[in-house]
Design a protein around this ligand. Structure first.
Ligand code: FER
Length: 252
């Protein structure tokens, strides 16, 4: 199915738990840079959440997967807008109780930023290897291992998979102060990060965990950016945290 964000069609999939109930919590799940909603780690998290009674809404974000938009034209602002649209779609469903926002890497950064903007409608954030260093990298002139002059931003830089990223991505990223967004989300946060992540340093999650008012941090020893080695442990960390949230939801 498609969910439309201001004329941009976002390819999305809504999946329900097997057990029949009147209301379910729902997690919106965001992939990372050059990623898509069918990636192994995205599916593993989504299927586990369905098993424990949580509906999931996965989507391809602007310029990725089977959604509209060109990869080169995507920016964090466009992804934040997409995430807000997905959350509002979830809010329009009458079977949804609490809404969680989950994202991997650049999708994790998007979840951090959108969490601040929509703090009052989100029950929790699940940040998987969140790429919180992107804005500072953009200010320093260092993204994707490709140095550039941050005061004279090139019209394009080379990205992964032989793709090209437009300079507006960098301009937007430079404007974002992650440390101003983080404290605007005071609800429950889970951070999951492999300590052998070569794309996003584990320090990003260690630092963010300290800045959040109410965060838990699960470091996966020996794991990489997409949980290549210990996906089961990453999934288990999310499962334990989410089961606890759902128990607390029921008490409330
Ligand atoms: C970068 C390092 C990591 C970067 C993006 C990422 C745009 C994102 C990784 C991901 O989403 O998986 O320098 O620059």
């Amino acid at each position: 199915m498609y969910i439309t964000d201001d004329g941009i069609r976002l390819n999305a999939s809504l999946e329900m738990p097997k057990e029949k109930k009147e209301k379910y919590p729902l997690a919106v799940i965001l992939h990372g840079f050059t990623g898509h909603m069918e990636e192994r780690h995205i599916l593993a998290i989504s299927h586990m959440l369905n098993e424990i009674g949580c509906a999931t809404l996965r989507a391809d974000l602007y310029g990725h997967g089977h959604s509209d938009g060109e990869f080169r034209n995507h920016t964090l602002f466009k992804w934040m807008g997409n995430a807000m649209t997905l959350i509002d779609y979830a809010r329009s469903l009458d079977f949804v109780s609490d809404i969680y926002l989950c994202g991997h890497s650049q999708g994790g950064l998007t979840a951090m930023l959108t969490g601040a903007l929509k703090h009052d409608v989100l029950r929790g954030l699940i940040l998987l290897s969140p790429a919180s260093m992107i804005p500072e990298g953009a200010r320093q002139g260092q993204l994707l291992g490709y140095p550039f002059d941050p005061e004279h931003i090139p019209d394009e830089i080379p990205a992964w998979n032989n793709q090209t990223l437009g300079g507006n991505y960098i301009r937007v990223a430079q404007s974002i102060r992650v440390e101003e967004y983080i404290p605007r989300y005071e609800g429950s946060v889970l951070l999951v990060h492999g300590d052998a992540d070569g794309a996003v340093p584990v320090q990003c999650s260690i630092d963010a965990a300290k800045q959040y008012k109410n965060a838990e941090l699960a470091i996966i020893a020996g794991d990489g950016h997409c949980y290549e080695n210990h996906l089961d442990q990453a999934v288990k960390a999310v499962r334990g945290w989410m089961e606890k949230q759902i128990r607390e939801e029921k008490k409330a």
